[in-house]
Design a protein around this ligand. Structure first.
Ligand code: HEM
Length: 405
């Protein structure tokens, strides 16, 4: 039962604590049962965690705004489109973007994604071991994304370097904020230059691909400006790769530690789509989404000021027993009947790439378990999970040589 919580200072959550990123469930349990509003150390913002509160906030952008200065420091020169805009402007862009990310469009590239998954597995299956993040979870979404955008597969390494230059700048001291900002700004310029060159190319020689679509599509009778295209592509690069990498890693980490669930998936591939949803719910790799309050707000006796940041802990909302059932929210059930998880967000900003992500996850898990049905974490090794988006950055797996197809 929740007790009134007049002071969020009562409970501070450290979302970059390695113990939290490795297993956030004890913290979720505590905030859901005791602190309707808690506070983050680091972001220094109130944290809302109940399903009903989080979903309400996500559906009310007029109060919980996405227009924030967070793009400053991410190497971008303007807000990313559409994520850092509020409706009605955000909704205008979604109209032209949703068409490109429809289920039907995604199905067109499924055979290629399946081929990429098998090509990756070919490289290590006979060795009987791999580092899952480096060898599978990172390259698969990147290959899928290049294919979706109509970009050459040879750009894989460059693409990964650019993305990492923003998300994890390779600087000597990771806590040196000024150095990280400088590195991101330099990388941001390279990202703009990369996509500018593509726009030039597609304007001269149109093709049947997404970049060409951006150069031609009209919004309210006007073509997109160069900056609008760049601000969309920048977001795709940041939002479309790490999220799928993290979900693949969290899912396979869970399955390696829970052999009964792993065995069931390997024996019955028809369970994979439901397993994808349940593992998205249970692991929620994008744990938190930030918002800026447009007006003063009060929840459970906690006063929050207009202009301040609020964190929505979707990871906790996804295991809230008020929504998922008493005793049920904290169990992993591939046969769950009603799974209204919000791992892709909710409301107007609900993930644009959810069909693409679901297909990549389904194909990735299907092919992995078809070829490597039995695997475990290498003895004596400890997986590591990154803060922020929960990527399993080190996941050494082993299996019996020759035991795989
Ligand atoms: C399992 C993988 C993924 C997860 C868990 C995920 C999660 C999310 C979440 C939680 C949001 C809402 C953010 C907010 O409300 O502020 C979001 C938005 C978004 N996602 Fe994803 N995402 C995934 C994959 C992808 C992919 C593959 C793309 C491809 C481009 C993508 C593109 C976007 C974009 C463009 C938005 C912003 C939508 C808007 O503001 O209207 N995502 N995603």
């Amino acid at each position: 039962m929740s007790t009134p919580n007049p002071n969020p200072e009562n409970r501070q959550i450290n979302i970059i604590d390695p113990a939290f990123t490795l297993n956030p469930q004890p913290v979720y349990d505590e905030v859901l049962t005791r602190y309707r509003v808690a506070k983050t150390i680091g972001l220094n913002s109130p944290v809302i965690s109940r399903y009903e509160d989080v979903i309400w906030a996500l559906r009310h952008p007029e109060i919980f705004s996405s227009e924030m200065d967070m793009h400053v420091g991410l190497g971008t020169e303007r807000p990313m489109i559409p994520q850092q805009l509020d409706p009605p402007l955000q909704t205008r862009y979604r109209k032209i973007l949703d068409l490109q990310f429809s289920r039907a469009r995604v199905m067109e590239i499924e055979p290629d994604v399946r081929r990429h998954a098998n090509e990756l597995i070919d490289q290590f299956v006979d060795a009987g071991e791999c580092e899952f993040d480096r060898d599978f979870a990172i390259p698969l979404p990147c290959r899928a994304f290049l294919r979706m955008m109509g970009l050459p597969q040879e750009d894989l390494e460059l693409f990964l370097e650019l993305k990492n230059g923003i998300i994890r700048p390779p600087i000597a001291n990771p806590y040196d904020i000024a150095a990280a900002k400088e590195y991101r700004a330099k990388t941001g310029k390279r990202i703009y230059a990369y996509f500018e060159a593509l726009i030039d190319d597609r304007e001269k020689s149109p093709r049947d691909d997404m970049m060409t679509y951006f150069t031609k599509v009209e919004l309210d009778g006007k073509k997109l400006t160069r900056n609008e295209i760049l601000d969309i592509c920048f977001l795709f690069l940041l939002g479309g790769l790490d999220t799928v990498t993290a979900t693949l890693g969290c899912s396979v980490f869970y399955l390696a530690e829970n052999p009964e669930h792993r065995r069931r998936l390997a024996e019955d591939p028809s369970l994979v789509p439901a397993a994808v949803e349940e593992l998205l719910r249970w692991q929620t790799p994008v744990t938190i989404v930030p918002r800026i309050l447009k007006q003063d707000w009060e929840l459970d006796g906690v006063q929050m000021k207009a202009g301040s940041m609020v964190s929505l802990l979707i990871g906790a909302a996804n295991v809230d027993e008020q929504e998922f059932g008493a005793g049920e929210g904290k169990c992993v059930h591939f046969e769950r009947e009603r799974n209204r998880h919000i791992a892709f967000g909710a409301g107007p900003h609900r993930c644009l790439g959810s069909h693409l992500a679901r297909m990549e996850l389904r194909v990735g898990l299907e092919e992995w378990h078809r070829r490597i049905p039995s695997y475990s974490i290498k003895a004596g090794e400890t997986p590591r999970v990154s803060p922020g988006i929960r990527e399993v950055m080190y996941l050494p797996l082993v299996w019996e040589k020759g035991g795989a197809a």
